[in-house]
Design a protein around this ligand. Sequence first.
Ligand code: BGC
Length: 741
Amino acid sequence: MTKFFIYPVFFVCITITTKAQKKTIDQKVDSVLRLMTLDEKIGQMNQYNGPWAATGPLTGNDDIVTQIKQGKVGSMLNVTGVARTKELQQLAMQTRLKIPLLFGQDIIHGHRTIFPIPLGEAASWDLKAIELSARIAATEASAAGVHWTFAPMVDIGRDPRWGRVMEGAGEDPYLGSAIATARVKGFQGKGFGNIDALMACAKHFAAYGAAVGGRDYNSVDMSLRQLHEVYLPPFKAALDAGAATFMNSFNDLNGIPATGNSYLQRDILKGQWKFKGFVVSDWGSVGEMINHGFSKDNKEAAMQAANAGSDMDMESRSYLPHLAQLIKEGKVKMVVIDDAVKRILKKKFEMGLFDDPFKFSDEAREKAQWNNTTHLEVSKDMAKKSIVLLKNEKQILPLSKQTKKIALIGPLVKSIKDHLGFWSYDWDDDTARIPSLYDAIQTKLGGNSNLLYSKGCNIIDTSKAGFAEAVATAQQSDIVIMYVGEHRAMSGEAKSKSNIQLPGVQEELIKAIHATGKPVVVIIGAGRPLIFNWTANNVPAIVYSWWLGTKGAEAIADVLFADYNPSGKLPMTFPRTEGQIPVYYNYYKTGRPAANDSDVNYVSAYIDLPNSPQYVFGYGLSYTSFNYSEIELSKTSLKGNQTLTASVTVSNTGNYDGEEVVQLYLRDMVASVVRPVKELKGFQKIKLSKGERRKVSFTITPEELKFYNTDLKYSWEAGDFQVMIGGSSTDVKTGKVSWVK
Ligand code: BGC
């Protein structure tokens, strides 16, 4: 049933509803567009931040309420909750044409129920779980009046100095594309028109993660071949999965700011890829083209951004004051405005907002979702799957629930909010829902164990005043669990770091506790790969737990005491020092490759450091062990479009049931351009009971052999290929095939 509430311009209703019921959405969009003045059109291209929250610098204090009533605003960000969104939507209903507002928000890893940070989720390699996490975020956010999330961030991250690696899926284009697809599907659910669908936004288009020096907002200069091969695939995957919108980025790419970049937005996205949604600028990125020295003033910035295909201006306040004049001067064509407005209106129609602008304004639904305890269980499940076991010498883990005296030491042991990570705001503010690790272990063990606690030190300051007490606490225990790392706001936007060592004196605390001779388990919570070489070399058991969300501490406790067998694998390489960065597994072949880590004789190597990182991409242990058979290939010589099947038999040879991520890599031996040493081309996460074995097969076609040549043509070349299958990017079994055209 079509509803129009307080729609006074009645003839508009009639145009849109009665006859239009049978119209396609495009026809409906056209009929609204025909009624619009230029100012109303420009209003649709304008997005403001809600006055209550800011995720960037505020540009002005315009009277937003008046402007909404005047039809000068098409969308608001950072407005959440039924009460507030409804209030603003009511203002939009006072405009001449009653075009509803779109409410956007960064729903990055959960809304009320917080899930692991996206990099953590990526470590699960579990696409179904990741999709479900996004689905639940969408269910909660849409119930709170939000229509649109600025997620997923699909930027490839090869530089852990860049704080925003926490927000992506890591370093690999194949894994990144699979996860982008899962997240878009999860957010958008069964499709627009459904009450729990949230519009997704693939961001930041493009190459934002390759900022020079890992410094946020910095320049990017890269070959177009690398752009297409490494940085663009997750965006294309998001688009193919139906992403409603794209966000451009703060960086310039090869000299042209992404926001004013027609090659990216017009040629690739809207041209070659035929994207039908709309592009929103990043926060203030239109106006920032002045700082880039690309636009002389706000007016020129508006012209360049609109002409380059940025459809909506987020918080720059460049479009509203200048586009009408630019049209008069012929510097922006009407078709540019019409195209942008049509794209925006189309999404509003698809979301059902023209039918019912208050569709997402149901207080009862909001309340029910706010306290949905099933979501907590799903969040905990995702959290367990995201944990990576980095080291477990002498099977020190899992711990017995009968352990008499456990010392819990470290600055994160009693921490609560840190579990939520960056980009979680304070929605989950009910601390009773968020246990600390101390609480979670106490609850799990009940009266069985005596828990001792000492903080030892803080996260970032250098005081060692608490060391003595921590050492004394350790001495009284049977085993020590240390929980160290970053605090939640140390990784995220504008959180670049030149030093990514375990902060403060935490590693010294680990040394002091280790010196007691007690068995030590170190848990590291962080939003990025950190460096902790001493710990990696000396401590017998290390668990990497990222930030795992509302139920994160319970998930860690489950892993420590064998209620869950860890199965995560690293989605990013962990360097030994910052000097190795950028560091990633799929580097290009050099003319002087080092034979091994000690080979430094006029080869591509450091004389003061092994080439290998501390932990490789795809690495992660389990409490059980997996054995891989040699690779079985269906053929070793192939022709044209034939299909190759590559298989291994994986056996669970340990004492626990467990899950393993079986990874397929390919290496193109000789090609017309230099190719990476290996590239991930497939993976399967399998569950094997103790003693069980299973054949795992991958199908390889010429599609998997394709790459961008010097003319940016995506095709494959005949030749020899190595096929590798294993449990990480370096621990693989290898076979060889030749493939002719
Ligand atoms: C970030 C975006 C985010 C936007 C709105 C910007 O600073 O780069 O990723 O969506 O703010 O919060």
